[in-house]
Write a protein that binds this ligand. Structure first.
Ligand code: TTP
Ligand code: MG
Length: 374
């Protein structure tokens, strides 16, 4: 009877993961002119001393063999015509917030777990009944994310979080992968996959398993827990459940993400001379306006303003000023930003990057604002 009860309680969980996230933000939101081109987010391999790795690469760039974690110099060798963008974390965070807002609309009781900047789990057991099936709901979510954020994503659908996450990775970009609810189908789906698809099976564990001739999850399914014990020790039961796609964890919504700061920056296409006041002031004003809008939307006050400047010789400085009281006034922000900026200009260096950050944030209502809850 217990087995019947468990079966009738089966859930639908979706895992949404953005496709080539940082690169897509650059291609679809920041630089539409980069659409369809191979784009790498990371240091420019042609300037500086070629330090750094590719944070992510667009699917066009992946066609040349470029991937996350690869040194930018190697990426450049594979595809010299690729566009290299430094990127801006605040843009990615902003896009991420928008995606989370969209998915929350589709979650049962607003249950969304933000797992990283570009992925979320959503509980959709009840929501699915409003559609002809889970795949139809997934396509609707994918389309809504595209319409409202201009970003592509892939979705995995399964009876629990662990299997949904693996499913997402099966078809990318813009993929939807459904794993049927019955335990046999779940086991069948997992059987041919490499042990390393499990979140938590890293290089060391993979090597250990391979040493014993275990490469796929199907091989673990054919073992008994007792046979796995000496190989995996304390992790045996956990890996055994993973191999069978058993995961009873309830989906608990992520708590409020209280922002510690809001920052925006701008890297110039060509270095700007310190005498080009017009461009510099216009940029400062634009950044202040955008920060002002975010403060407004989130009902936040700031006390500290920080200016970040990177010069043509790549030296970077950050200078801050803290007010006695907090404010959300945009004119005040602009005035302080300009003061700090002018005090720190160097006559002998042109400017590559200009950034502004506000911190020491407090809520006007004395609590986190609704939009901070995920
Ligand atoms: P991922 O979801 O791992 O990768 P992705 O979204 O770029 O591509 P995919 O379509 O395969 O999902 O990571 C999300 C973002 O996190 C990624 O766009 C950039 C960032 N990131 C790093 O900064 N460093 C890293 O090593 C990795 C893997 C990702
Ligand atoms: Mg991703």
């Amino acid at each position: 009877d217990e087995a019947v009860l468990v079966f009738s309680m089966t859930r639908w969980v979706m895992h949404v993961d953005m496709d080539a996230f940082y690169a897509s933000v650059e291609q679809y939101r920041v630089h539409p002119e980069y659409r369809g081109l191979p784009v790498c987010v990371g240091h420019d391999p042609k300037s500086g001393n070629g330090r750094g790795v590719v944070l992510t690469a667009s699917y066009e760039a992946r066609g040349f063999g470029i991937h996350s974690g690869m040194p930018v110099t190697q990426a450049y060798r594979l595809c010299p015509e690729a566009v290299f963008v430094r990127g801006s974390f605040s843009n990615y965070l902003e896009a991420s917030d928008e995606v989370m807002t969209v998915v929350k609309e589709f979650a049962d009781g607003g249950k969304v777990r933000r797992a990283s900047i570009d992925e979320a789990y959503i509980e959709v057991t009840q929501k699915v009944s409003e559609y002809s099936g889970p795949k139809e709901l997934a396509s609707k979510i994918q389309q809504s994310i595209w319409d409202q954020t201009k970003l592509p994503c892939s979705i995995g659908i399964a009876p629990n979080m662990a299997v949904a996450k693996i499913a997402t990775g099966m078809k990318k970009p813009m993929g939807i992968t459904l794993v049927p609810q019955n335990p046999e189908s779940v086991a069948q789906f997992l059987a041919p996959l490499a042990v390393s698809v499990i979140n938590g099976v890293g290089r060391v564990t993979t090597k250990q398993l391979n040493k014993f001739g275990i490469n796929t999850l199907g091989q673990i399914q054919q073992m008994s827990l007792d046979e796995l014990q000496p190989i995996m020790r304390k992790g045996a039961k956990w890996l055994y459940d993973c191999a069978w796609g058993i995961d009873d964890r309830p989906l608990i919504s992520s708590g409020p993400r209280i922002r510690k700061s809001i920052s925006k920056d701008r890297t110039f296409l060509e270095d700007i001379e310190p005498t080009e006041y017009d461009i510099l002031h216009e940029t400062l004003n634009k950044i202040c306006t955008r920060i002002g809008q975010t403060l407004q939307a989130k009902a936040l006050h700031f006390r500290t303003v920080t200016i970040k400047l990177r010069f043509s010789d790549f030296s970077t400085i950050q200078r801050s000023r803290t007010l006695n009281g907090s404010t959300s006034n945009q004119q005040t922000l602009c005035k302080i930003a300009k003061d700090i900026f002018e005090e720190n200009l160097r006559p002998d260096q042109s400017i590559r990057l200009l950034g502004i950050k506000v911190s020491n944030l407090t809520s006007r209502k004395g609590q986190a604002s609704l939009s901070d809850y995920f």
